[in-house]
Design a protein around this ligand. Structure first.
Ligand code: ADP
Ligand code: MG
Length: 240
């Protein structure tokens, strides 16, 4: 399937002698929204970081859009990652924060301007372009962080618990924003969370991880109504 979004084949990861990801196979359909859930330490971030290329795989293969990217640098994979910590440059304006990665990649100035304009319109941060991160609310900062991913026009967006630093009210509105973004952009999105509501509302497909393996995957409804076992039920399933 040449047009398939992301394919993981027998992915393993060891830190020293300790294997923490135990041979994961997963096919992520192009354009779908996939959510990784599971308890702290089960390997969600490690798996995402391997897809991003921020962490080497110990074994296995990663394909993005039919291309083997296993040994490629992060910048050559067609991905962009949004982190939980906003990691914005405090001394730069929002505009320059958005443009920075593109400038580094020697994108033409007119193209940078067009992309910054488009991304800030999508995220409704056009009026904030001249401010610095310190003059923004938490939600606005997180929008800028997402904007930095959008301007790169990635094939795949990777999110690692992007909302967990926000208060409950803001989490809800940003979750709705991210769902809207997925509808508008149509990209493949892979999203890590331990928040059941985020998983249920955002996902086309939920992947439940446990101790470095996939315990169950399926649509939110399948997982909720037919959890394979008590562990999955405890995370997503209906009470029983
Ligand atoms: P999660 O994101 O689901 O909380 P992680 O992917 O961060 O889990 O961690 C999975 C396992 O790998 C944990 O046991 C963690 O301690 C271990 N781990 C993660 N990163 C490293 C590292 N750089 N060195 C050693 N062990 C690590
Ligand atoms: Mg993590």
């Amino acid at each position: 399937m040449a047009d398939t979004g992301v394919v993981l084949t027998e992915i393993r990861k060891s830190f020293g002698n300790l294997e923490v990801i135990h041979g994961i196979d997963l096919t992520i359909t192009e354009g779908s929204f996939v959510v990784f859930v599971g308890p702290s330490g089960c390997g969600k971030s490690t798996l995402l970081r391997m897809i991003a290329g921020l962490e080497d795989v110990t074994d296995g293969e990663i394909e993005i859009k039919g291309r083997n990217v296993t040994d490629l640098d992060p910048s050559d994979r067609g991905i962009a990652m949004v982190f939980q910590s906003y990691a914005l440059y405090p001394h730069m304006s929002v505009r320059d924060n958005l443009a920075f990665g593109l400038k580094m990649a020697r994108t033409q100035a007119s193209e940078i301007e067009a992309r910054v304009k488009a991304a800030s319109a999508i995220l409704k941060i056009d009026h904030l372009l001249d401010r610095r991160p310190g003059q923004l609310s938490g939600g606005q900062r997180q929008r800028v962080a997402i904007g930095r991913a959008i301007v790169r026009k990635p094939d795949v967006f990777l999110f690692d618990e992007p909302l967990s630093n926000l208060d409950a009210e803001l989490r809800v509105s940003m979750r709705i924003e991210i769902a809207r973004l997925h509808r508008e952009l149509g990209n493949t999105m892979i999203y890590v969370t331990h928040d059941q509501t985020e998983a249920m509302t955002l996902a086309d497909k939920i992947v439940v991880l446990r101790d470095g393996h996939i315990e169950q995957s399926g649509t939110p409804r399948e997982i909720y109504e037919r959890p394979n076992n008590v562990f999955v039920a405890g995370f997503i399933g209906s009470p029983r």
